[in-house]
Structures are given as structure tokens and as C-alpha cells.
Design a binder for this molecule. Structure first.
Ligand code: GLY
Ligand code: MN
Length: 267
């Protein structure tokens, strides 16, 4: 029953996704060097509660620099540094339903050239995966077709470092970009692999790459709803293109408008 969402359940997941996105957008706006990872958590939590959520569905994963490499890093105790990326994966509990959205952005508000190369690969992979999701196909069909597109994408592409080229080549082969169902739990029950996709299934698309030599991890995550004719990206409104992300970071966020008046607690 939980694998195929009813229209009412889809509405609740859509609302949870909107709140997740608004929280992440607030964190993006509030980002600058010197802000702590836990302060981005605070900014998003404020939005979650204000929008009617009852707290979060899972502890926020917010990792600056190499902290993001630790997968489900939830300590959030470090200060964000100039030149690093910060990854944020967070969603609220909204009337017992949730979502699962991830974005990654530059702490100083501008992607550098090597970050752009890696980030654009991940965004292109997300778009390739979404292109092939529709009723009647399987996750393997989607992954095979998207991987073929991404192989083409890499033809003639240059990467500043050999380790980055290796990371994206491994990323093309990786099968974990098509992830898990979402619903009452962030990893909801039911199988979305090895079955034909059906309208009402909701799951995440989570393209990711690891640059092991530098302990870097680049990933974004969107929430896919299979419709009668194709797919809807429920989290598409959360900035992901380089232009949209950079424009959002430039806006003033809660942390700049309401700075901590006592010194933040240090590690
Ligand atoms: N959002 C955390 C996860 O999917 O594992
Ligand atoms: Mn996930």
C-alpha cells in the first residue's frame, strides 16, 4: 500500500518537499564563510516550524568541505570555510509525511572552475535520469539510458585534475543514483528497483560522485513522482543551476538579518 501513493499522500509529500526546499533556500541565503554548519540547520528549522511542520524527519546532514565526504555526517560542529562547498540534505515531518532534498553550494557564493566542472556533471546526470522516468520502465532501464547519455556528455570535456576525470568516469558507471522510496519515512517501505514503475511511486534521484584523493563528495537529490504520462520533479523549484544557486546565495538570509548576539559555541 505504501509504495503507490494516493493523491492525498502525494499532496502531503509535495507540501513536505516545498517546506524542505524553503528551508534549504533559507540556508543558502544565510551561507557565508564563518557561519557554522549548525547555524544553517537553525535557519532551516525556523522555516520548517514556521511553515507548519513538526520538526524534522531526520537529523540534517550539513557538511562543509571534506565533512560532506562522510556520507550521513550529522555533527554540524564545524565552521564553513572560504573556497569549500557545503552539502545540505534535510526535510521536515509534515503531518507524518516527509521528503528528501539535497543541494550543495559554494560557501563564498561563487563556484570555482573545478567545482563547476564537477557540479555540472552531477546536474547533467540528474537531468538525464529524469528524462527516462515514466510508467512501465524499470530503474535499470533509466540508469542504463542515463549512463549512455553521460558517456556522451563526457566526450571532449576537460577536467582540471586527473582525479576529477576519474571521479566522473566512475560516476557514469555507479548504479546508486536511483535511490529509495519516500513517504511516511525518508527511506520508505517498498521496492522501486527491479519492478516496473507505476504512477504514484515517489522516490529520490540522487546523482553523486566521490573524489577520494581529496575526500570530496558532490551530490544533489530530488524527489521524483511517477505520473500517468511521465515524471514530476517535486523539488525542481529548489535552485540547482549554477546561476540560480549563485543568485540565491547573494540574497540576505536570516543569519545576516538576525546574527547571533552571543559568540557561537565553539568545538
Ligand atoms: N536523506 C538521507 C538519505 O537518504 O539517506
Ligand atoms: Mn535520500
Amino acid at each position: 500500500m505504501r509504495l503507490i501513493k494516493s493523491p492525498k499522500e502525494v499532496d502531503l509529500i509535495r507540501k513536505a518537499t516545498q517546506i524542505a526546499g524553503l528551508g534549504i533556500i533559507e540556508a543558502m541565503k544565510s551561507t557565508q564563510p564563518g557561519v557554522y554548519e549548525y547555524q544553517l540547520d537553525a535557519a532551516a528549522k525556523y522555516i520548517f516550524y514556521m511553515q507548519g511542520a513538526r520538526g524534522d524527519a531526520y537529523p540534517a546532514i550539513i557538511g562543509g568541505g571534506t565533512n560532506a565526504y562522510m556520507g550521513h555526517y550529522f555533527y554540524k560542529t564545524d565552521v564553513l570555510k572560504e573556497g569549500d562547498l557545503v552539502l545540505m540534505d534535510y526535510a521536515p515531518d509534515y503531518r507524518y509525511y516527509t521528503s528528501d532534498v539535497t543541494r550543495i553550494w559554494p560557501v563564498n557564493g561563487k563556484f570555482n572552475e573545478e567545482q563547476k566542472e564537477l557540479y555540472n556533471f552531477v546536474i547533467a546526470y540528474r537531468d538525464a535520469l529524469f528524462k527516462y522516468i515514466k510508467p512501465g520502465v524499470t530503474s535499470n532501464d533509466v540508469l542504463d539510458k542515463a549512463a549512455a547519455d553521460m558517456k556522451q556528455y563526457l566526450v571532449g570535456k576537460k577536467f582540471v585534475k586527473p582525479a576529477h576525470l576519474k571521479a566522473v568516469q566512475e560516476g557514469v558507471q555507479f548504479r546508486g543514483h536511483f535511490q529509495h522510496p519516500v513517504g511516511m519515512a525518508v527511506h520508505d517501505v517498498g521496492r522501486v528497483h527491479g519492478v516496473k514503475l507505476k504512477p504514484g511511486m515517489v522516490f529520490t534521484i540522487d546523482p553523486m560522485i566521490w573524489i577520494h584523493e581529496e575526500r570530496l563528495y558532490v551530490r544533489i537529490e530530488d524527489v521524483a513522482l511517477v505520473t500517468e504520462t511521465g515524471v514530476e520533479n517535486m523539488s525542481a523549484f529548489v535552485p540547482s543551476s549554477i546561476e540560480d544557486v549563485e543568485r540565491t546565495i547573494k540574497e540576505k538570509g536570516l543569519i545576516e538579518l538576525r546574527p547571533a548576539i552571543a559568540l557561537p559555541i565553539k568545538k
